[in-house]
Design a protein around this ligand. Structure first.
Ligand SMILES: NC(=O)c1ccc[n+]([C@@H]2O[C@H](COP(=O)([O-])OP(=O)(O)OC[C@H]3O[C@@H](n4cnc5c(N)ncnc54)[C@H](OP(=O)(O)O)[C@@H]3O)[C@@H](O)[C@H]2O)c1
Length: 253
């Protein structure tokens, strides 16, 4: 299916690795002009080069999306170098693990800026131009934890629920302007984040056994869901969370 995003500008944050990189690759393959972001400039440039090698038009802008000032700079540089984004994929690294009863205020404040406010600030920043154009796509990468909290991932559980509520609320506010707002909630996906969280083979094998699909997701499988929500064809889908979890979440709704 041609997603009809050729020539559109897509800003993908957290895009040097994992799900973000796979998403940038999926949108680039559909002919979108990419602006990719991550903190480490060298790693980001290497990722951008890999995308350019496929013929994609890619601008790399380093910055930390947990920092309000750096988000402003990222959005200004995006506008200057590639035009106002038609598509935003808001993604970053996950917040650190920690027990609900033990995390201190400093950890909560960091998680708030990284996971909740990055989504809010990026969306607020791109919306005026999308509304003016009468077309836009915003997709937040969240987690299956929005449906079922994951033990010890307190900050992810709490703040991604916030992103989901923000996404749902914003979706209704902007629908009449041709802007859709959705989330993709990945399950366990084979990336560096998963390697960090489940470092030993025994823990990984136990985790895989709990997944009905009996394997981790390939980042490209999550990226395909994001790319669909960025398409022209998904224009009437808004306020939704699309789970890509191999069947882990077992609830009916
Ligand atoms: N993998 C899974 O199983 C899984 C499951 C559910 C949800 N998720 C969530 O999905 C998201 C992506 O996961 P992933 O597995 O693809 O992670 P990953 O492999 O660790 O990649 C994270 C990407 O985000 C960038 N990044 C991290 N912090 C950033 C920041 N503050 N500002 C800008 N860029 C930042 C990283 O580059 P730099 O380090 O250079 O910044 C990297 O490009 C995370 O929020 C994760 O929690 C993942």
């Amino acid at each position: 299916m041609d997603l009809q995003v050729e020539g559109k500008t897509a800003l993908v944050t957290g895009a040097s690795k994992g799900i973000g990189f796979a998403t940038a690759a999926a949108l680039a393959a559909e002919g979108a002009r990419l602006v990719v972001n991550a903190r480490d400039a060298a790693g980001l440039e290497a990722a951008a080069e890999r995308l350019r090698a496929t013929g994609a038009d890619v601008v790399a802008i380093a910055g930390d999306v947990s920092n309000a000032r750096q988000i402003k700079a990222l959005l200004a540089a995006t506008k200057e170098r590639a035009g106002a984004p038609d598509i935003l994929v808001s993604n970053a690294g996950g917040p650190p693990a920690g027990a609900a009863a033990l995390l201190d205020d400093a950890a909560w404040a960091k998680g708030y800026d990284l996971t909740l406010m990055s989504a809010v600030r990026l969306a607020r920043g791109v919306l005026p131009a999308m509304r003016a154009a009468g077309w836009g796509r915003i997709v937040f990468v969240t987690s299956l934890s929005v449906k079922e909290p994951v033990a010890n991932l307190t900050l992810s559980n709490a703040f991604r629920a916030g992103v989901t509520a923000f996404s749902r609320t914003l979706a209704s506010e902007v629908a009449e302007h041709g802007v859709t707002v959705n989330a993709v909630a990945p399950g366990y996906t084979a990336t560096e984040r998963l390697d960090e969280l489940f470092a030993d083979d025994y823990a990984r094998a136990r985790l895989v056994a709990t997944i009905p699909a009996k394997r981790f997701a390939d980042p490209a499988e999550v990226a395909s869901a994001v790319a669909y929500l960025c398409s022209v064809q998904a224009g009437y889908v808004t306020g939704q969370t699309l789970l890509v979890d191999g069947g882990v979440v077992g609830s009916t709704y």
